[in-house]
Design a protein around this ligand. Sequence first.
Ligand SMILES: Nc1nc2c(c(=O)[nH]1)N[C@@H](CN(C=O)c1ccc(C(=O)N[C@@H](CCC(=O)O)C(=O)O)cc1)CN2
Length: 280
Amino acid sequence: MKLDGKATAAKIKADLTKRVAALKERGVTPGLGTVLVGNDPGSQIYVAGKHRDCAEVGIASIRVDLPASASQADVEAAIDELNASPACTGYIVQLPLPKQLDTMALLERIDPAKDADGLHPVNLGRLVHMVDAPLPCTPHGIVLLLQEYGVPIKGADVVVVGRGITVGRSLGLLLTRRSENATVTLCHTGTHDLAAHVRRADIVVAAAGVPELIKRDMVKPGAAVLDVGVSRVDGKIAGDVALDVAEVAGHLTPNPGGVGPMTRALLLSNVVEAAERGLR
Ligand SMILES: Nc1nc2c(c(=O)[nH]1)N[C@@H](CN(C=O)c1ccc(C(=O)N[C@@H](CCC(=O)O)C(=O)O)cc1)CN2
């Protein structure tokens, strides 16, 4: 069965549209800021999509685009401005950043209360402690997509492939909370015999950025497979999951149309929640 991220994201956005209207009635217009540095084609598409989504649900947009040559000080100045701007409820720095920039230092500079990505160390620390915080968007979207389609998470063996900060590491934290209670194995480039790990998984999340890394013969029949891969080959998206995995998987995300739209919907959700939190 298809894990339809586009349809599930549309439901989330319909709910957010109502919540944004309620906020506006109380005199608050939530605003999402984005900081995009450089011309990475994928990043440009994702940022444009985030602003289209904002318009759809009534969130205001603040877009800061800097050249690929931007210095650490240039990006810091953009961050400081968004931290101070009353129009900006939450914002993100689009990743990856050009090589000359210190990503960690920039993420740390974001006001944790405006961290729409849930990637500030304070918010990731709150996730470790399992206290209320904005959750990283892709992992949260993955959990909601599994729940929407009734894929059992409690007690499931989950194999996550890829240890990046936006997906792999934080997904392990989310899925091992008591409310989810999955058993998670985090695989990466140093994993011996990846196929053996994947083969025993009830749920496979492929977030390595390696096209077709997960092959049909690595997947347990009936497993749920989520493809987070966003590599581009000849201008087209190449996922981490081979197409013929559909022949064995019990549930599978399309790509595009699977995890990507969920990531964007949960970003909007973090902005709306930050605005609601400000009224409490
Ligand atoms: N600051 C962040 N940077 C990045 C994140 C993130 O969560 N925060 N994640 C990824 C990219 N990403 C979000 O920014 C992202 C990836 C994919 C999509 C998406 O909607 N994809 C569409 C297809 C769009 C296309 O045509 O390429 C889909 O899957 O249907 C949205 C966001 C790295 N950086």
